[in-house]
Write a protein that binds this ligand. Structure first.
Ligand SMILES: NC(=O)C1=CN([C@@H]2O[C@H](COP(=O)(O)OP(=O)(O)OC[C@H]3O[C@@H](n4cnc5c(N)ncnc54)[C@H](OP(=O)(O)O)[C@@H]3O)[C@@H](O)[C@H]2O)C=CC1
Ligand SMILES: O=C(O)[C@@H]1CCC=N1
Length: 265
């Protein structure tokens, strides 16, 4: 597979790492205007670093766009005449609709809109995807690409903004919960490194338990909460302090913000 990542910034480089990690490309173009910071990627042999988007598009089949929303339309205008039947356009751009992409590229192009997260760099992204009508022919290819680097789910385009909050911003939300747990562990006497080790592996275990068992979280909680024990004491205190409520409110605030953004675009 010949892949180009147009916009090798935070997310673009995370995707590049995920692709390298999973041997997911025969050649990979990485583009940005100032390439100094990513020249090292050329040591991987099959990676070409360039500021020339046109060359990257001509030499690749799968085009993953990861630029800021304000740059995207102009870049699509620049490359649109180079697009042929071999190309699949995959956007990761927040708030940029499929109809807007079609208005620049045409309805006949294979267009996939995706929302991965930065855990793609370690092959563990939750990635939501949808496509235009023509792109339906390539949705399995897009799923295969993202499933090599985590888990993917096809959703209606209307849910893409909500998926951005839960999955992309969600990485930051979970990081903060892990950090808070780490701070608690330090207060209980662990050194900082051990505290983080305990917090992140316990978090990983909790998610893996649900993924592998298919159980509801409360079913697993019931197995841990000894009557009159320390777990229920801690959980109830967290809820008195608004744990679930503050998470839900944060998610809704994030969604309200992204909805403003959609109106502006
Ligand atoms: N960060 C995240 O976790 C997630 C981000 N997204 C979306 O992904 C997109 C990128 O986000 P993020 O990676 O954080 O942003 P960054 O600003 O880190 O990356 C964007 C990159 O695009 C490059 N760029 C700008 N203009 C061009 C151009 N003309 N041609 C090629 N490259 C160009 C910039 O480099 P230079 O200035 O050198 O050209 C920069 O490295 C956004 O639309 C965001 O909404 C989606 C999911 C998660
Ligand atoms: O915070 C943001 O607005 C972008 C969208 C998802 C991740 N970063």
């Amino acid at each position: 597979m010949k892949i180009a990542i147009i916009g090798a910034g935070n997310l673009g480089l995370s995707i590049a790492k995920g692709i390298l990690h999973s041997n997911g490309a025969t050649t990979m173009y990485l583009t940005k205007r100032n390439t100094d910071s990513i020249k090292d990627y050329e040591k991987y042999g099959n990676v070409v670093v360039t500021s020339d988007n046109l060359e990257a598009v001509k030499k690749s089949d799968v085009l993953i766009f990861a630029v800021q929303p304000g740059h995207f339309a102009a870049i699509l205008e620049d490359v649109k005449d180079l697009l042929t039947e071999k190309h699949v356009v995959i956007s990761t751009i927040t708030g940029f609709s499929i109809s807007k992409m079609e208005s620049i590229l045409g309805k006949d192009k294979f267009i996939i809109r995706s929302m991965p997260n930065t855990a793609i760099s370690v092959g563990r992204s939750m990635t939501c995807i949808c496509s235009n009508d023509a792109g339906r022919k390539r949705i399995d290819l897009a799923k295969a690409i993202f499933n090599r680097m985590g888990h993917s789910l096809e959703i209606p385009e209307e849910q893409m903004q909500a998926a951005t909050v839960i999955c992309a911003s969600g990485i930051a939300f979970w990081m903060r919960l892990i950090r808070a747990t780490t701070q608690g562990a330090i207060q209980l006497g662990f050194d900082a490194r051990e505290a983080q080790e305990l917090a992140m592996h316990t978090c990983n275990g909790a998610a893996s338990l649900l993924i592998e068992s298919g159980n509801h979280p409360e079913e697993e909680i019931d197995k841990v909460t000894t009557p009159m024990g320390c777990t229920i004491q801690g959980l109830n205190e967290m809820e008195h302090q608004g744990l679930s409520s503050s998470l839900i409110r944060g998610i809704v605030a994030s969604f309200e913000k992204i909805s403003e953004f959609k109106t502006k675009n």
